[in-house]
Write a protein that binds this ligand. Sequence first.
Ligand code: HEC
Ligand code: HEC
Ligand code: HEC
Ligand code: HEC
Ligand code: HEC
Length: 190
Amino acid sequence: MKATLKGTVAFFLAICGLASISVLQQSAAEQRGPEQPILFSHKIHAGDNKIDCRTCHSYVDVSTHPGIPSVQKCMGCHSQIRGRDVEYKADDGTVINIRGEIAKVREYWDRKEPIPWIKVSPMAEYVQFNHKRHIKQGIECVTCHGEVEKMDVVRKTERLNMGFCISCHEQNARDEYHEKQLKDCLTCHY
Ligand code: HEC
Ligand code: HEC
Ligand code: HEC
Ligand code: HEC
Ligand code: HEC
């Protein structure tokens, strides 16, 4: 009896240990954001230089997906802007040279290759999400993505999980019928 209890407790502690390790690992990775091929700073672009989100994510009002800008779009500015020859310490600890980092953009352009950006908030395939519908409701980028204009490296701030989606749907439904519709499994899942 005693031995079984001890065994059970040990087993329970082992599970808790594993679970907390994986939670810690996950949150550390989420806090940093993925390592991108070029350190592109939203803080420098959208914050310091006040470039509007829609200059680069042009489809956010009109389509399901906001789109990630092409190298051509970057070159619209960076064929002229070569950048200052200064060191810059990003919020993930990486130190870059501004001019050196911009030179990498030009290299992709010369090779005619797209920049292989890594997705920050991949959404499961079985979830349906439409930007246009939400933007039309006047919901701001910051509600779901956090203060991107203050981040060098974009990381996931709000957990874009089911509870987050549903609690806003609950709060913003116009009436009972609308609420039922917005919480219906098939609204979000194919
Ligand atoms: C000068 C162009 C530019 C501007 C301006 C810009 N972005 Fe971006 N954005 C990018 C690029 C390039 C990426 C892909 C690299 C990365 O994740 O940092 C990206 C990625 C993102 C991502 C991560 C998407 C994902 O899941 O992978 C979010 C969220 C985002 N931008 C939101 C914003 C918001 C909000 C603003 C305005 C405050 C903004 N962006 C302004 C170019 C831009
Ligand atoms: C509307 C103009 C504009 C566009 C479009 C633009 N940039 Fe920039 N970018 C700037 C300015 C201004 C700076 C600051 C230069 C400085 O401080 O010397 C900058 C700095 C940079 C830097 C160095 C700082 C950092 O973020 O690491 C990189 C790298 C960079 N841009 C990459 C890109 C990429 C990649 C794109 C396309 C996705 C892009 N830029 C689009 C204006 C622009
Ligand atoms: C109601 C929540 C919500 C709002 C508001 C919102 N987004 Fe998103 N965004 C998401 C979700 C969820 C994803 C992941 C969707 C996916 O991968 O299909 C995403 C993905 C993105 C991506 C990555 C797209 C890609 O193809 O990789 C960018 C860029 C982005 N959002 C920019 C913006 C900008 C800019 C705004 C404001 C104009 C904005 N978002 C407003 C929830 C939101
Ligand atoms: C900040 C509030 C808010 C958040 C967060 C939010 N939504 Fe919504 N969503 C709304 C509102 C309001 C509507 C109603 C829009 C309408 O009636 O046109 C809506 C409508 C929808 C619809 C129905 C649109 C259609 O095509 O019929 C889907 C699907 C949806 N949301 C998915 C999601 C998913 C998935 C997430 C989480 C990743 C999410 N939403 C997060 C406010 C939100
Ligand atoms: C407002 C949108 C929305 C509605 C309504 C919704 N879901 Fe989800 N669901 C999501 C999102 C977002 C995820 C998380 C995907 C991810 O983490 O990548 C998810 C994930 C799931 C998963 C995967 C396991 C998990 O918890 O991550 C299951 C199963 C699921 N939903 C079932 C349902 C069922 C059953 C209903 C109806 C009772 C429902 N969902 C209603 C948005 C929604």
